[in-house]
Design a protein around this ligand. Structure first.
Ligand code: SAM
Ligand code: SF4
Length: 329
């Protein structure tokens, strides 16, 4: 029984934690080219993240996703995975990664108790991949996907953010890659988080309905009610185990079924991706060290602040000034 119920009767069972705002990539939709990152003292320590996770699990959270920034650039990430992997009551421990560190870490992550991996992949063309991520090497990420499969991960999903005129000609190639690798894939609409100047988000917006129509020219998509507790709506194909998901923060608002909260790298509990309502849990952790009951009280009372929904528009206007890397995507 979860103790985390918000003012609209929604139960929170899923926590996403940003373990760092830093990253080895600079994806054009996520970050500006020049970024100022948080000083170390402002980040939650690994011990604080572990205690916070325990508090949430004791309050009924069943799934935790480690994200960032790039979680695999955080020192000690394997130790944290091991700690959380052994939390009694936690049903699923997941991570979202850009995949660049998976050749090195996949095996140990699996051994440490990580259940599920989401790997971001927006293009299969090396030059384009470089231009979208500014620093990334496609071959390293593809090798990372394969390393994850070899390590025994059975729940792997690719995440692709599609930008009209930039990578929307690769929809089918990405689906076929997912089919060949026997992994799932979700297509994501770009969200107006953080000020970027590289492109105009209003011009590159592509709805997931358009993506679905493109795929349906080649594959029949069968709707399912399957859920991984996240915002993806899943479809299946008749001739492949791969599922296709659509995450549509603009075109199919998913707020009425929202079961999630986020904790930023500096310990701010964010009640909604698209609103600024938040509570400073780092302050509670540092004011009352080791007092998990005090922490749980703060979390329970924060639920009252969870807003009913987000209001994103597709004109590219920024409604939220924080970037996705500090939000914990
Ligand atoms: N670095 C990891 C990665 O890229 O997978 C984890 C953090 S990243 C912020 C998590 C997810 O958010 C990625 O799949 C990324 O493509 C997505 N993302 C980042 N900025 C976004 C934006 N403005 N709109 C939609 N998705 C975004
Ligand atoms: Fe880094 Fe992920 Fe943001 Fe890309 S989307 S810059 S990989 S945090």
């Amino acid at each position: 029984m979860s103790a985390l119920v918000d003012g609209f009767g929604r139960t929170v069972r899923y926590l996403r934690i940003s373990v760092t705002d830093r990253c080895d990539f600079r994806c054009v939709y996520c970050m500006a080219e020049e970024m100022t990152f948080l000083p170390r003292a402002k980040l939650l320590t690994l011990e604080e993240i572990a205690m916070l996770s325990q508090a949430f699990v004791e309050l009924g959270v069943e799934k935790i996703r480690l994200t960032g920034g790039e979680p695999l650039v955080r020192n000690g990430i394997l130790t944290l995975v091991e700690k959380l992997g052994s939390l009694a009551g936690l049903r699923e421990l997941a991570m979202t990664t850009n995949g660049s560190g998976l050749v090195k870490y996949a095996e140990e992550l699996r051994q440490g108790g990580l259940d599920r991996l989401n790997i971001s992949l927006d293009s299969l063309k090396p030059e384009r991949f470089k231009s979208l991520t500014r620093t990334g090497e496609l071959s390293q990420v593809i090798a990372g996907v394969r390393a994850a499969r070899r390590a025994g991960f059975t729940s792997i999903k690719l995440n692709a953010v599609l930008l009209k005129g930039r990578n929307d000609d690769e929809i089918l190639d990405l689906v076929n890659f997912a089919r060949d690798e026997a992994v799932d894939i979700s297509f994501i609409e770009e969200m107006p988080l953080g000020v970027i100047s590289e492109h105009n988000r209003g011009e590159t917006f592509l709805s997931t309905d358009a993506v679905r129509s493109t795929i349906e020219q080649y594959y029949q998509l069968l709707p399912t009610t399957e859920s991984t507790l996240g915002p993806s709506r899943y479809y299946r194909m008749v001739d492949s185990p791969s599922r296709i998901g659509f995450i549509s923060p603009h075109s199919h608002n998913f707020c009425d079924a929202c079961n999630r909260v986020r904790v930023t790298a500096e310990g701010r509990l964010l009640l909604c991706l698209g609103n600024e309502h938040s509570v400073d849990l780092r302050a509670v952790l540092r004011r009352y060290p080791g007092d998990i009951e005090r922490l749980k009280e703060s979390i329970v009372s924060a639920m009252k602040k969870k807003p009913e929904r987000h209001y994103f528009t597709t004109d590219g206007e920024v409604q939220i000034v924080r970037f996705m890397n500090s939000t914990g995507g």
